[in-house]
Design a protein around this ligand. Sequence first.
Ligand SMILES: Cc1ncc(COP(=O)(O)O)c(C=O)c1O
Length: 391
Amino acid sequence: MQKTPLALQRTYPTVDFQAIPSACFVLEEKRLRENLELIKFVQEESGAQIILALKGFAMFGAFPLIRKYLSGTASSGLYEARLGYEEFGGEVHCFSTAYFEDEFEDILRYSDHLSFNSLNQWERFKPRVQHASKKISCAIRINPEYAEVTTDLYNPCIPGSRLGQTAPHFGDQLPEGIEGLHFHTLCESDSYALERTLAAIEDRFGKLLHQAKWVNMGGGHLMTREGYDVAHLIRVLKQFQEKYDVKVILEPGAAIAWQTGYLVTTVQDIFDSQGIQAVIIDASISAHMPDCIEMPYKPKILGAYDAVPTATAYRIGGSTCLAGDYVGDYRFDRPLQIGNRLVFDDMMHYTMVKTTFFNGVRHPSLGIWHEDGSFELVRKFSYEDYRSKLS
Ligand SMILES: Cc1ncc(COP(=O)(O)O)c(C=O)c1O
């Protein structure tokens, strides 16, 4: 029977997982730097600006490194804008589904670029933008009614979508005061999906593109995935910028932290459940790796294989009481034992930014495995962290 390896395709991690206190999200600095070097190359070759989408990755202990390569951050509202302003520096670009009256003063304080989700929101906040003490460049998010994403949960162009304004709502001119257009329709996509998306956008919004100073192409550009055609992306970006004489901004989250770290866990219990070996670890899929359930997808565990019918199947589950708090069945070359480390791969993006204290489970620590082989524990959580979000 052929095994389907779930091991890394990249070089083996340099991290000594036994040296990490469990449970812990561990960033491998070397891999982050390698991603950033590629992204910087894309910026330099294409002329596009690439900023970090904090919704995907906001581990600010890593910002000093990221700041050497990227000029700013993309935020989804006040807290991310403030984090970008205070912890990252550089430009703060903000897109929010709705800005709130009582937060807008602070939004203006922290942001350099603002994208509005509807013409309605723009009209409402335009006077405050125009009377702000500094110049803020504004855009409207457009809905091109074209997305290649097949999962509705991640598709901003489903019928009746609340994300962005469709073409019929615009006249021949950009609204007065608007300098940019913003769209986000990709998700872990390649450059060919971007090219087709741009064709749809040119078709519907061509006139407005000629008037815009900048176009923010959102996130979902997974340029750090093995096999991504980086040269093609650079060509597409260059052609677009030349054709419309616009500046292009990309705001990926996942691509920056793609395959740069792990969730290190430890087996706490193993017992037979109707022929399946039920395994409980010291972390939760639902609370700490929620995308595995939401998307859903089965993460890689280093050294594990997809379960095959003839082998012992270990069903790896989390420590909450949610029945669905498990990731699936895996096989190992040697029998698993209590105390073994289980290392989940590619656990930097959309993990720490989405975790909860559900069931009061202990939150994994956050750490960085530096290039010099040292480990830095950047954050340890306690009962007080759990308590502080309740009352
Ligand atoms: C408006 C916007 N920009 C950027 C991103 C980042 O996308 P990704 O992490 O897939 O690159 C998202 C993700 O949802 C988004 O909604």
